[in-house]
Design a protein around this ligand. Sequence first.
Ligand SMILES: Cc1cc2nc3c(=O)[nH]c(=O)nc-3n(C[C@H](O)[C@H](O)[C@H](O)COP(=O)(O)O)c2cc1C
Length: 192
Amino acid sequence: MTTTVLTLVGSIRNDSTNLKLAHALAELAPEDIDVKVVSGKELAELAFYDEDIENAGAAPQNVADLREAAGAADALLIVTPEYNGTLPAVVKNAVDWLSRPFGSGALKGLPAAVVGTSMGQYGGVWAHDHGRLSLQIAGAEVVDQPRLELGHVHKRFADQEPVDDVEVRESGVGVLKALAEAAQNARVAVAG
Ligand SMILES: Cc1cc2nc3c(=O)[nH]c(=O)nc-3n(C[C@H](O)[C@H](O)[C@H](O)COP(=O)(O)O)c2cc1C
């Protein structure tokens, strides 16, 4: 059975390394894992989360589309740099939209993980920790092992593409497999 992993990218930059990392994971994914990438630019088109819009039942079409994609997915992956010690706003905003309606948002029960690459030596661990916390509070089933936190992004990917990086090929694929396993366990639990 194919596992669909909806993948949200936290950088809007044209030349984003995290976007390249997301595409690398899509390319490296085992045959039975389908990685669908939503770029930071697409996420930047979403309005800021607004509870008035939510309560009026008037979510914009691109929010409805993202919710539908998350609802149809078996797992969620965030691939993001760290901005000022936390998640970039663009991806946090997407998490907020996906966390609602309260109690029945698309994230509820969805296996989810956070990975990425950043300039600092620790590769954005604070952003990833905060992402996992947000996802957990939103009701997702956080998968926190293995991890992929690649530091010194500008040096590391100056001469090689993410798809050729050994840690991406091993731990990155490991994250996808862990998400697929969690999705399978969730299916079994639902089937009872
Ligand atoms: C507003 C801003 C804040 C940043 N804060 C951090 C930080 O807290 N930690 C860090 O490791 N890198 C930080 N960086 C550097 C990013 O890690 C770096 O720009 C990274 O390459 C962005 O990923 P991308 O290649 O996918 O765009 C920051 C960059 C920006 C623009």
